[in-house]
Design a protein around this ligand. Sequence first.
Ligand code: GLN
Length: 250
Amino acid sequence: MRIRVGHLYPDYLNIYADRGNIAVFARRAALRGHELDVSGVSVGDELRPGEHDLLYVGGGQDREQLLVAPDLAAKGAAVQEAVAGGAALLAVCGGYQLLGRGYLGFHGEDMPGVGLFPHETVAGDRRMIGDVLLECELEPGERKTLAGFENHAGRTRLDAGAEPLGRVLAGFGNDGESGYEGCRVDHAVGTYLHGPLLPRNPWLADWLLSQALAHATGGEPPELEPLPDELEAQAHAVSAQRARDRGGRF
Ligand code: GLN
């Protein structure tokens, strides 16, 4: 199968291994005989719902977020329609913030959001930096851990009843207080975890690929053939230990 990926603002939102996350999707798809067809969707480009099986939005500093926010907000209805139509989506850090209702930056910059995720973000005066470990249950009864690195000034508050991506075992998470991290709507996942997210959490890459394949075929999400993932497991273990040792402290 050909998996059509729309990479939003690759020229602006691209800090901390965002290209690496795309490389993981491409490699893990190829090892199962699928081909990733990645196209950039940037400022002024049209986003047509249904044309992508997977959307990706990376991280960025407030400066880059400010540059893309109005354009992304104008694409908001298309992003929502794509996700409602079953497309998978991964948004990391700056992209995660802008997929909510909005982000109030450190210098008072008021950035409009897409409104896909039921949350709002306001920058605080101390950055939340460090390793993070989460427990997630994207499929009922299947608990998995997600290890990563966070670096954000934004405090993201989920609306009551919103579904977080996971529970924080170590680290700050959405706002350093709620005990939750990220957000999930249908097959869309937003998270602060990067640096790099998918190489050390291959199960999440496979979950998103499987949802993207379901969108591409119009069928059920396929069971992907397991890969050895020895290095990935080691990377996850090192990152998880670092989070347990020193995550979530100013
Ligand atoms: N500028 C945002 C913040 O500091 C996001 C930063 C990022 O993507 N690392 O909260």
